[in-house]
Design a protein around this ligand. Structure first.
Ligand code: TXA
Ligand code: MG
Length: 347
């Protein structure tokens, strides 16, 4: 296949079907359900990022997801469900905060960690006894789960530690032929992953900041624990898979405190002969030709929508380094700051 030889592709492309994001074609949805039922991998859009879906109860298919991503098998996956009823079938217990959060935020970009039901294979949980559940709001994801009639396990559809995909092209770039079917419904709306909340303990705890801000969660659960869990080497963490480098472009990422500092670092790297990507929130300054400037929005939801797209874009331009102006501190920017920190962590 000629397309397989295009730069960045790792093999022949998977079958790609373009679907309407709001009214997906029934035949395409039925096709996706058939592929899932037979143990195949379907990349599909959600409102956060594209996911790499398989039947959640199919251990062999789950093993294929880990292999396709190159992800260690102890990193648990999220089971995507239609609603609270379907979620509860996968849970051994359903604490009161889970109901409260599900009723307020589902369908939507919130993932709840609860105890796993004993008849659900441990593979989805990376061998642990909890399970992460979320009811996505994207009409394509919902249609596929409904057609399958069962939950769909789906990590973000990228290689292990790579950048999450917010378009179908991003999926092709990283996973190529590893996917049996790719449903292309255009760009994802939120552009950043779901917020993960552990509701097993006495006090619910944010394990990963994401598209639902902690202020909105706190309005329902005032004691919610929400702070960054700092990686400590060798320690098993509450959310396996959150340690170290993650969400990273190929080019090394450098964080700069201010826009001015970002410009200064970019100019310095350019004078050393490097091709540099520069992501700032406002840029009036002139820069050398080797510096590719991308201006990002000053509003957190807009910034989140642009974040991975911009990093993918600069990576595709084969930058030697990407310099990013730090984002403000505070709840509204927390998920973005978290992803930027992880993207520049050492491998
Ligand atoms: O928005 C999203 O959440 C996207 C879309 C596709 O739904 N999915 C996603 O999946 O980001 P993934 O596998 O890339 O990240 C899942 C996160 C990881 O940080 C993982 O550690 C955490 O959820 N997680 C999954 N199962 C867990 C569990 N049983 N206990 C604690 N954390 C869990
Ligand atoms: Mg991921």
């Amino acid at each position: 296949m000629a397309a397989a030889r295009q730069a960045g592709y790792i093999g022949p492309m998977s079958r790609i079907v373009v679907v309407d994001a709001y009214a997906p074609d029934a035949a395409a949805v039925a096709d996706a359900a058939r592929v899932l039922r037979s143990g195949g991998l379907v990349a599909l859009p959600t409102e956060t990022v594209y996911g790499l879906g398989v039947r959640a109860l199919d251990e062999r298919a789950i093993a294929r997801v880990f292999a396709a991503k190159g992800r260690p098998s102890h990193h648990p996956l999220i089971a995507h469900v239609l609603d609270e009823v379907q979620a509860r079938r996968l849970a051994a217990s359903w604490p009161e905060p889970a109901s409260r959060l599900a009723r307020a935020f589902w369908p939507g970009p919130l993932t709840l960690v609860v105890d796993r039901a004993h008849d659900v294979p441990a593979a989805i949980s990376g061998g642990g006894d909890s399970i992460a559940l979320r009811a996505p709001s994207h009409p394509v994801a919902r249609a596929v789960i409904a057609a399958l009639g069962e939950p769909v396990a789906a990590p973000s559809a990228n290689r292990y530690q790579g950048l999450s995909p917010t378009t179908a092209q991003h999926v092709v770039k990283q996973l190529g032929s590893a996917v049996d079917l790719l449903l292309d419904a255009g760009a994802c709306d939120a552009g950043i992953e779901s917020t993960v909340v552990d509701v097993r303990g006495a006090i619910p705890r944010v394990l990963r900041p994401g598209a639902v801000g902690t202020a909105a969660l706190r309005a329902l659960l005032p004691d919610l624990e929400a702070r960054v869990e700092r990686a400590r080497e060798g320690q098993r963490r509450a959310s396996p898979g959150m340690e170290g480098r993650h969400y990273a472009p190929r080019a090394p990422l450098v964080l700069a405190g201010t826009g001015e500092e970002a410009h200064r670092i970019a100019r310095q790297l350019a004078s050393d002969g490097k091709r540099v990507g520069l992501m700032v929130r406002s840029s009036g300054e002139t820069v050398p030709a080797q510096v590719l400037v991308r201006e990002l929005p000053d509003e957190p939801a807009e910034y989140a929508r642009a974040l991975y797209r911009t990093l993918h874009d600069l990576d595709d331009m084969v930058c030697d380094a990407i310099v990013v102006q730090r984002v403000p501190s505070g709840d509204a920017w927390w998920a973005i700051a978290d992803r930027l920190e992880r993207a520049c962590a050492r491998p």
